[in-house]
Design a protein around this ligand. Structure first.
Ligand code: HEM
Ligand SMILES: *[C@@H]1O[C@H](CO)[C@@H](O)[C@H](O)[C@H]1NC(C)=O
Ligand SMILES: *[C@@H]1O[C@H](CO)[C@@H](O)[C@H](O)[C@H]1NC(C)=O
Ligand SMILES: *[C@@H]1O[C@H](CO)[C@@H](O)[C@H](O)[C@H]1NC(C)=O
Ligand SMILES: *[C@@H]1O[C@H](CO)[C@@H](O)[C@H](O)[C@H]1NC(C)=O
Ligand SMILES: *[C@@H]1O[C@H](CO)[C@@H](O)[C@H](O)[C@H]1NC(C)=O
Ligand SMILES: *[C@@H]1O[C@H](CO)[C@@H](O)[C@H](O)[C@H]1NC(C)=O
Length: 355
């Protein structure tokens, strides 16, 4: 109200400027960041991802999820890639990640290829972001210019991963809250949930919906009964480890079918179906728009992926450019020394035995 009143205009102006400041710092990211230092980075990442996806089409989905799980925990800083060490409690064993994250080895292959071309220049956080955009293209989704220049964290936080990553049994209120913490709005929630247009889930995440929803002894009423029977075939009661396609229609493609599935009660997770089946929700018209026009979904997906990729980034001289994505550089040096030492000792043994 007050912002339109002349006498308080300058006060509102100050508030607005302060509020916008963190965003303009994020804007230090730049699609041409590696133009001089690693001009081929996009094509290198693309070649590795394309090679892997020929044998394993699901990897495109796994790489996008890895980026999401990075960004929601202390920002897009590759913290999710850090392994357990004496000082790091890896996020990889957080509840939403344990036995579920995929693609760590692919990221390491990308890093090796990129290091060969331009050593010490490209961050693991940028590799995750580039791999996500490339996975979108290869999955039939939109392409976009990826803002770059992220640096890698020196820390990880498993507690924060457990706290920040949304759960598949969240209702709409909880989903919106989890996204709001990251500065993401309701449109971002719906657009980014559209990533569940491809990939797989473990049956463990839907057994409740299929056999005993919220302790009712009955299935989730917002689940189509034919689809329910199909899912029960794939996921027998008490069988948590099988995999089920997110999209029964086009399982490996990014398209608007995810949203038309929601309209006919064929969302896989409760968190998916909540977007359409929560009575009176403001997400329903968004689902309808994305379902009726794929270009509208693609434009929104692109915008929200860029927004997600900007969360809490480290730039300038913050963090570091990791040599190995699973370890901070200090630790990598120790491991290098250990490798050299063991090579030296084995070559000494070789000399001794040859005498
Ligand atoms: C809205 C809240 C979300 C919840 C509750 C959620 C939950 C899940 C769960 C439980 C799985 C299955 C994991 C498994 O069984 O191993 C999954 C998979 C997946 N998620 Fe989400 N997710 C959400 C949002 C997102 C977002 C924002 C993205 C990316 C932009 C995303 C991308 C994916 C992809 C691509 C897969 C398939 C991964 C694969 O096949 O390896 N999800 N998600
Ligand atoms: C990708 O596959 C092609 C054909 O098999 C191969 O020549 C090339 O070296 C591979 N590239 C990478 C980066 O793995
Ligand atoms: C890092 O941990 C993952 C499991 O979380 C494991 O697969 C990988 O081999 C580890 N990487 C290294 C370099 O030790
Ligand atoms: C992660 O999964 C492994 C293998 O199933 C299990 O032994 C371990 O306890 C789990 N870790 C955590 C922190 O839950
Ligand atoms: C990790 O996150 C938790 C939960 O937000 C926070 O209390 C804790 O201070 C963080 N730990 C580190 C080392 O940053
Ligand atoms: C969503 O779940 C939370 C926590 O269980 C609960 O407090 C809230 O009332 C639920 N919201 C709706 C709309 O059901
Ligand atoms: C469903 O879950 C509730 C609460 O966890 C439990 O008390 C009940 O026995 C379960 N019902 C069936 C049919 O498994």
């Amino acid at each position: 109200m007050g912002c339109f009143h002349l006498t308080v205009t300058s006060l509102c102006f100050v508030v607005v400027v302060v509020g916008v400041l963190p965003l303009s710092l994020d804007a230090q990211l730049d699609p041409s960041f590696y133009r001089d230092t690693c001009p081929k980075v996009h094509s290198i990442v693309r070649e590795v991802v394309r090679n892997v996806s020929k044998k394993d089409p699901r990897m495109l989905a796994s790489l996008i999820r890895l980026h999401f799980h990075d960004c929601f925990v202390q920002g897009c800083d590759a913290s999710v890639l850090l392994n357990n060490t004496a000082t790091i409690e890896s996020e990889q064993q957080a509840l939403p990640n344990n036995n579920s994250l995929r693609g760590l080895d692919v990221v390491n292959d990308i890093k090796t290829a990129v290091e060969q071309a331009c050593p010490g220049v490209v961050s693991c956080a940028d590799i995750l972001t580039l791999a996500s955009e490339i996975s979108s293209i290869l999955g039939g989704g939109p392409d976009w210019k990826v803002p770059l220049g992220r640096r890698d964290s020196l820390t990880a936080n498993r507690t924060l991963a457990n706290q920040n990553l949304p759960a598949p049994f969240f209702n709409l209120t909880q989903l919106k809250a989890a996204f709001a913490v990251q500065g993401l709005d309701t449109t971002d929630l719906v657009a980014l949930s559209g990533a569940h247009t491809f990939g797989r889930a473990h049956c463990s995440f839907i057994l409740g919906r299929l056999y005993n929803f919220s302790g009712t002894g009955k299935p989730d009423p917002t689940l189509d009964t034919t689809y329910l029977q199909q899912l029960r075939q794939i996921c027998p009661n008490g069988g948590p480890n099988n995999l089920v396609n997110f999209d029964p229609v086009t399982p490996d493609k990014i398209d608007r079918v995810y949203f038309s599935n929601l309209q006919v009660k064929k969302g896989l997770l409760q968190s998916d179906q909540e977007l359409f089946s929560t009575p009176g929700a403001d997400t329903i018209p968004i689902v309808n728009r994305f379902s009726s026009d794929q270009n509208v979904f693609f434009d929104a997906f692109e915008a929200s992926m860029i927004k997600m990729g900007n969360i809490g980034v480290l730039t300038g001289n913050k963090g570091e450019i990791r040599k190995h994505c699973n370890f901070v550089n200090k630790k990598s040096v120790e491991l290098d020394i250990a490798t050299v030492a063991s090579e030296e000792s084995s070559s000494e043994e070789g000399m001794v035995s040859s005498i």
